[in-house]
Ligand binder design. Structure first.
Ligand SMILES: *Cc1c(COP(=O)(O)O)cnc(C)c1O
Length: 524
C-alpha cells in the first residue's frame, strides 16, 4: 500500500530519451512564461496610454490595402521549423501598426459611426477575460460572467420595467444576431411547428412588419429564417424617420388580404440612419390588435433609458415582447456586447428548441439555471458582460447617463449651428446623437445635391481631419454625424462646418468651370 503521493510517482519508470514526452521544449515554456507576459503587458500598456492621451483632431487615414498587406506581411517571422525567439521589437511594431491604422475612435475628429472609444476600465477587464478565457454560455465555464449577466439584467430591467422573475436576458454577439434571435422566438410563438416540420405547413406565408427605416440585419434575418423578402411588410415612416402608427393598420390589413400571416412587428428605438424613435406605445396597441410580437430594435437607442432627460423617447417599451440593446454602442463597451431582453422568459426558450447530450443536462440543477446556451445562438461566447458589469459596479449608472446626455446635447447644438447657416440644411431635428444634414446652397437640384454630398464625404475622409458618414434620405444623400465622444465641443463643430463649406464650394466651382453648371439646371 502506497503511503504518499511521492511513492506513487516514484513507482513509475523513469522515461528515457526517445520514449514519450519529457519536459516541453524550452521555446514552448518561454512562450507561456508569466514574466514575459508582465514585461509585454507593461510595454503595450505604455503605448496604449499614449494612444488614449492623443486628443488631436483626426479622421481616418485610409491606407491602400496592398500597402498595409505588405507592412503586415513584413512583420511575420520566417521561422517555421522551430518556435521563434520572442522579439519585443516585433510586438511593438504590431501594436503600433494596429493602433495607427484604425479609425481614431478617441479623437474628436471621429464622428462617423456608432461604435466609439470605450471606458478604459472596460478594456482592462476585457484583457482579464482574454487571460482567464471563460466562455460564458454555460455556468460551468463562466461562473462569474453568468452571475454578472443576472445582475446586469436586473439593473437594466429597472429602466425597462418588466416583471421581475418573469423577464429574461441573454448576451449575444451583436445586435444583428440579437434581432435574428428575437425573430426566431417570435416565429416560434406563432408557428411552433416550423422548428421540427419546416416552413411548409403554415396556413399562409409567415410575414413580418418593419419600418422602411429598419436596419438591414432585420431584413437579412427574414431571409435567413426563410420568410422571404416578399413577405416583409414595410410600414411607412414620417419625415423624421418614425413609423406612422396610423398607416400601420392599413398596411397590415392589406397584407392579410394578400394571404400573408404577419407574426412580428419590429420597431426601432433609434434608427441607424437618423436616430429616430418609433412611437412604441402606439405600435404596441397595433401589435396587440393584430396579435403580433413586438420586437424593439434598440441596438443604438435603448441606452437612452438610462437618462432622465431622454427616457421618454422609449415610452411603451414595457409593452414590448423583446428588446435588442447594444452595449458596444451607447454604453461605450468593447464590441461586441449585446443584450437581448424578453418580457417573458418562457418565450425566450422558443428561439432554439434543441437537446444536445454533451452540453445540456437532462435534470436541471442549480448550476444549469444560469446557463444561457438554450437562449443564445453561440456555443462558445465571449464573456462580454464582464466589462459592462465591472464599469457599472465601479462607477454606477450615472457615468452612462451623463455621457449620453452630453452627446445628445452636443448633437442638438450641432443641429442649431448648421440650421443657422444659409448654405446648409438639416434633414431632421435630432432625437439622439445622430444628425443628418446637407451642404446645399439654394438652387441645387436633387441629383446635383446628391452627388455633392457624396463628394464632400469622400474628400473629408481623404483630408484626414474628420471622419463622418453619409446616408440616403428620400433618395438624396445626406451627411451624417454620430457624436460618440464627449470631448467634441462647439469649436470642433465649427471647424467641421467650415471644412464642409470649403470643400463644397471647391466642388461646385470646379464643376462650373468644366461647363457642367450644377445650379438651376435644365429640368427645374
Ligand atoms: C447597429 C445597429 C444594428 C446592428 O447591430 P450590430 O451590433 O452592429 O450587429 C441593428 N439595429 C440598429 C438600429 C442599429 O443601429
Amino acid at each position: 500500500m502506497t503511503s504518499s503521493l511521492s511513492d506513487v510517482q516514484s513507482s513509475f519508470p523513469e522515461p528515457t530519451t526517445g520514449q514519450g514526452p519529457r519536459s516541453p521544449a524550452p521555446g514552448l515554456t518561454a512562450a507561456f512564461d508569466p514574466e514575459r507576459f508582465h514585461d509585454g503587458a507593461a510595454a503595450i500598456v505604455t503605448r496604449l496610454t499614449r494612444y488614449l492621451g492623443d486628443h488631436s483632431v483626426r479622421g481616418l487615414d485610409l491606407l491602400d490595402p496592398a500597402v498595409l498587406l505588405k507592412a503586415a506581411r513584413d512583420l511575420m517571422t520566417h521561422e517555421t521549423a522551430h518556435i521563434a525567439d520572442f522579439d519585443a521589437d516585433r510586438v511593438n511594431q504590431i501594436v503600433d501598426l494596429y493602433t495607427g491604422t484604425g479609425i481614431p475612435v478617441y479623437s474628436p475628429g471621429y464622428m462617423g459611426r456608432q461604435f466609439s472609444g470605450v471606458v478604459p476600465l472596460a478594456s482592462l477587464i476585457d484583457l482579464v477575460g482574454s487571460v482567464v478565457n471563460q466562455p460564458s454560455s454555460f455556468y460551468e465555464a463562466g461562473q462569474l460572467p453568468s452571475v454578472a449577466e443576472r445582475l446586469m439584467a436586473e439593473h437594466l430591467n429597472h429602466f425597462i420595467g418588466w416583471e421581475p422573475g418573469r423577464y429574461a436576458m441573454v448576451t449575444t454577439s451583436g445586435g444583428s444576431l440579437a434581432n435574428m434571435t428575437a425573430l426566431l422566438a417570435a416565429r416560434d410563438r406563432a408557428f411552433p411547428q416550423i422548428w421540427t416540420r419546416g416552413a411548409g405547413g403554415t396556413p399562409g406565408p409567415p410575414a413580418i412588419a418593419v419600418s422602411e427605416q429598419t436596419h438591414y440585419s432585420v431584413t437579412r434575418a427574414a431571409g435567413v429564417l426563410g420568410i422571404g423578402e416578399r413577405q416583409i411588410i414595410r410600414l411607412p415612416a414620417d419625415s423624421a424617420g418614425r413609423i406612422r402608427p396610423d398607416l400601420a393598420g392599413p398596411a397590415l390589413d392589406e397584407a392579410h388580404r394578400r394571404g400573408l400571416r404577419p407574426f412580428c412587428l419590429v420597431a426601432s428605438a433609434g434608427t441607424t440612419a437618423m436616430g429616430a424613435f418609433d412611437p412604441l406605445e402606439e405600435l404596441a396597441a397595433v401589435a396587440r390588435r393584430y396579435g403580433l410580437w413586438l420586437h424593439v430594435d434598440g441596438a443604438h437607442g435603448a441606452s437612452l433609458l438610462l437618462s432622465d432627460h431622454h427616457r421618454h423617447k422609449l415610452r411603451g417599451i414595457d409593452q414590448a415582447d423583446s428588446l435588442t440593446w447594444d452595449a458596444h454602442k451607447m454604453l461605450f463597451m468593447p464590441a461586441p456586447c449585446t443584450l437581448l431582453f424578453y418580457r417573458d422568459a418562457a418565450t425566450a426558450r422558443g428561439a432554439f428548441r434543441q437537446r444536445a447530450s454533451y452540453v445540456f443536462d437532462e435534470e436541471p440543477d442549480p448550476y444549469s439555471a444560469y446557463d444561457s446556451a438554450d437562449k443564445n445562438f453561440e456555443c462558445t461566447k465571449r464573456p462580454m458582460i464582464m466589462p459592462l458589469w465591472a464599469v457599472w459596479s465601479v462607477y454606477g449608472p450615472a457615468l452612462f447617463a451623463q455621457k449620453i446626455d452630453r452627446l445628445c446635447e452636443v448633437t442638438r447644438q450641432a443641429a442649431d449651428m448648421i440650421a443657422a447657416e444659409p448654405d446648409f440644411a438639416v434633414a431632421h431635428r435630432p432625437e439622439s446623437n445622430i444628425l443628418c444634414f446637407r451642404y446645399r446652397p439654394p438652387g441645387l437640384q436633387d441629383a446635383t445635391a446628391h452627388r455633392l454630398q457624396l463628394e464632400i464625404r469622400n474628400r473629408i475622409r481623404g483630408g484626414g481631419r474628420f471622419f463622418i458618414s453619409k446616408v440616403d434620405i428620400d433618395a438624396v444623400a445626406a451627411l451624417r454625424v454620430v457624436v460618440m465622444n464627449h470631448l467634441i465641443d462647439a469649436g470642433h463643430l465649427a471647424m467641421l462646418i467650415a471644412e464642409i463649406r470649403d470643400i463644397g464650394q471647391q466642388v461646385l466651382r470646379a464643376s462650373a468651370a468644366t461647363g457642367n453648371d450644377q445650379r438651376n439646371g435644365s429640368h427645374t
